[in-house]
Ligand binder design. Structure first.
Ligand SMILES: *Cc1c(COP(=O)(O)O)cnc(C)c1O
Length: 354
């Protein structure tokens, strides 16, 4: 077992934080002073270190580039009004990271490195967590195969990194979504439930086509009929129909088990909705829209939290919503944001103190 006390820590000589314009923090553009690094060699994790954020050099034969054994996570840290730092539900991301690792035939990472390493890294760079409403520190754990020999087989060596990126408010504009009827993101038995790099590479072509037609993202559907709804980009999806909040179920392994999805389900129940996790078909959505019982559609994800959908297009049928009059999505967002920023009781134990 790795003892985090053995972690080698090298700090920067001069912090870059003074160069940072906290008023202008686009998502994922700037990185903090330090990063965590660990190597999987000879069947165990070793060389756990925190060091200045810096480039890494590899041979061109790095197998992660050729065969795609690469997985990641996305987590956020916040400061409460007293200035204390918290990470939101990191154990959920830790479990999901290891599920992704298993599916991609990669080694699992111990809690000592993922959680305790993250905590130590954030403690060192805690000045990088903006103490402002709607600001946060985005945490990006990533693992990839580092063997350098061309041949399709599981790598014997891997690198694990944690990067930190301060981010400003993500004022999600209501989105226009195209219901995909040709391309497929995930099929039963595939890797849809894993946060592996290839899922994103594979989704860009269909998204680019939708963008050309004026849509922001596609809503992925099942691979056979293109009618059963999956998820959007890096967001899970919710439909408010009458007193029900419906979100596609995870049973087939085609959808990412979002932490924001899980948090939203809890809050929706608290708000009095009947939450249903089940298969949902575009025909049911269209029928509810026509009857006027479909009132809100929104996406959930760590980056934007809750993103209202103002237009949903399936074949020639366009569903439009006036998001200004919505009550549910803004309320879920408000409650979730207040819990994350320590302004509302954390009754579900979602905050992890740094
Ligand atoms: C990361 C991600 C989500 C959202 O997960 P959260 O844990 O809520 O951030 C949803 N779908 C996909 C495909 C994702 O990659």
């Amino acid at each position: 077992m790795i003892d985090t006390m053995d972690m080698q820590i090298t700090k920067v000589k001069r912090s870059k934080i003074k160069d940072l314009d906290f008023e202008n923090l686009p998502f994922g553009k700037y990185f903090s002073d330090h990063m965590l690094e660990a190597d999987y060699v000879n069947g165990e994790w070793q060389n756990v270190s925190i060091k200045p954020y810096q480039p890494i050099m590899f041979e061109p034969s790095l197998v992660a580039l050729h065969y795609g054994q690469a997985i990641f996570e996305g987590i956020k840290a916040y400061k409460n009004p007293a200035g204390e730092a918290f990470i939101f539900r990191p154990y959920d991301n830790f479990k999901r990271f290891n599920l992704s690792a298993e599916r991609m035939q990669m080694p699992v990472i111990p809690e000592e490195i993922f959680i305790e390493g993250m905590r130590t890294l954030i403690d060192i760079d805690k000045d990088w967590i903006p103490a402002k409403e709607d600001y946060s520190l985005y945490i990006r754990p990533v693992m990839f195969a580092t063997d350098t020999a061309i041949g399709v087989k599981p790598s014997e060596t891997y690198k694990f990194l944690i990067l930190l990126s301060p981010t400003g408010p993500y004022y999600a504009q209501p989105m226009k979504i195209y219901v995909e009827e040709k391309y497929t993101r995930a099929a039963p038995g595939g890797v849809g439930f894993a946060k592996n790099a290839g899922n994103y590479g594979g989704s860009m072509y269909a998204t680019a086509i939708a963008k050309k037609q004026g849509y922001d993202q596609v809503l992925w559907t099942d691979c056979l009929e293109h009618k059963w709804l999956h998820e959007v980009g890096t967001m899970n999806i919710f439909f408010i129909i009458g007193n029900k909040a419906i979100t596609p179920s995870l049973d087939e392994g085609t959808i990412l088990d979002g932490v924001t999805r899980s948090s939203a389900m809890t809050i929706l129940e608290e708000l009095g909705f009947t939450v249903e996790e089940r298969r949902i078909n575009i025909d049911e959505v269209i029928e509810a829209y026509k009857k006027g019982t479909l009132t809100e559609v929104f996406g959930t994800g760590t980056a934007a939290t809750i993103s209202p959908i103002k237009e949903l297009k399936y074949k020639d049928f366009v569903m439009e919503f006036d998001t200004n009059g919505w009550k549910t999505a803004p309320q879920v967002k408000k409650i979730l944001t207040e819990i994350r920023e320590g302004k509302r009781e954390d009754k579900y134990g979602w905050l992890f103190k740094v």
